[in-house]
Design a protein around this ligand. Structure first.
Ligand code: UD1
Length: 339
């Protein structure tokens, strides 16, 4: 059984990916420092998968501890989720982002080299495209100067991995450029757990629906889109998680050293359409107001996912409404009061 080290495996995308790895016969080894996640996620994962899951509380910047984990397990590949992801925070605390997101990747790659582990699937983002000239955006679109230190860490990380491929003929990587992950596991055992006020749209919607927040502010309705609000490609987190399993299957079947794939549904939805999908599945009229544009937001982006469909043999199954339904069930499970 292939052992896959999953950094950030207790996080939102990481935890859903752990489930899909187990469903596909891989053996995940979780490393998480719980800086933006909760150890209880491990218990819920074990309940969901009906088995114990190997996990370590460790920071990916800690070379010594990482080495001990690689020494203990015969790891055949890595998925590197562990990173900070709040765009606004990255603007006010850039060094925190450079140290954690870039530093941990370098530490991890050094340890992988030492233990002769040469495959890694990396969590990249559609943020590398900025506002693309052409929509849907494909993988060979121009990479634009990043809008935030967060976005820059994703661009630099991609470059670091490409350089490692050039330097070492054995080294192989898949860069998955995620669009906007939303939703939760239909069991409501795992889902998104934002700490404090959510930055992202869907947890803000569900928390407002549940009464944790008074109202949602839509960041601008004067964009050049059909209803004036920004457009994104919202993808169910389980569909996204499955793409990681496909990435390892691709690495097994192909000889290419590097694969770059957009992981999105191929459909754009506006902020208002997303609210409408929530209202439909929940039966709740959402309280919202129109506010100013948010600095750094791109107007519209959605994926061309042809490459992932054709080469990874992957497809998004869930609709926006499915994802909102699962996000809402997860929110209800979290209860009426904010913890
Ligand atoms: C951005 C990045 C994404 C990154 C993510 C990390 C782009 C295109 N996407 O996602 O790559 O991984 O940050 O957090 O750069 N909105 C509101 N009110 C709110 C919250 C959001 O109107 O309270 C709107 C935003 O203006 C945006 C949409 O909802 O139009 C989605 O916002 P969000 O969920 O924060 O994701 P992105 O900013 O698209």
């Amino acid at each position: 059984m292939h052992k896959i080290l999953v950094t950030g495996g207790a996080g939102y995308i990481g935890s859903h990916t752990v489930v899909e790895l187990i469903n596909s016969g891989f053996e995940p080894i979780i490393v998480d420092n719980y800086s933006n996640s909760n150890p209880l996620v491990i218990q819920n994962l074990e309940k969901l998968c009906n088995r114990s899951i190997t996990h370590y509380e460790a920071d990916c910047n800690d070379e010594k501890v990482l080495s001990e984990i690689f020494n203990e397990h015969n790891i055949s590949g890595v998925i590197h989720f562990a990173a900070y992801k709040a765009v606004g925070e990255s603007v006010s605390e850039p060094l925190k982002y450079y140290e954690n997101n870039i530093g941990s990747l370098i530490t991890l790659l050094k340890v992988m080299n030492r233990f002769d582990v040469s495959t890694i699937v990396f969590s990249s983002s559609c943020t590398v495209y900025g506002q693309p000239d052409q929509l849907p955006v494909s993988e060979n679109a121009v990479i634009r100067p990043a809008n935030s230190p967060y976005g820059y860490t994703k661009q630099v990380s991609e470059t670091i991995l490409q350089d490692c491929v050039h330097a070492n003929p054995k080294f192989r990587t898949v860069l998955l450029r995620y669009f906007n992950p939303i939703g939760a596991h239909p069991s409501s055992l795992i889902g998104e757990l934002p700490i404090g006020i959510p930055n992202n749209l869907v947890p803000f919607i569900t928390q407002t629906g549940a009464g944790w927040r008074n109202e949602l502010t839509i960041f601008g309705d004067d964009y050049n889109t059909s209803d004036g609000t920004c457009i994104r490609d919202y993808i169910h987190v389980i569909d996204l998680a499955k793409a990681h399993v496909k990435a390892f299957e691709w690495l097994e079947k192909n000889t290419d050293s590097i694969g770059v794939f957009n992981i999105g549904t191929g459909n754009g939805s506006s902020v208002l359409q997303t609210i409408q999908a929530f209202e439909k599945v929940s039966g709740i009229k959402l309280a919202y107001k129109i506010g100013n544009r948010r600095e750094g937001d791109v107007e519209q982006i959605w994926a061309s996912n042809d490459k992932a469909v054709n080469e990874l043999n992957w497809k998004a199954i869930y609709s926006l409404e499915d994802a909102m339904d699962h996000a809402w069930k997860w929110q209800l499970k979290l209860g009426e009061k904010q913890p």
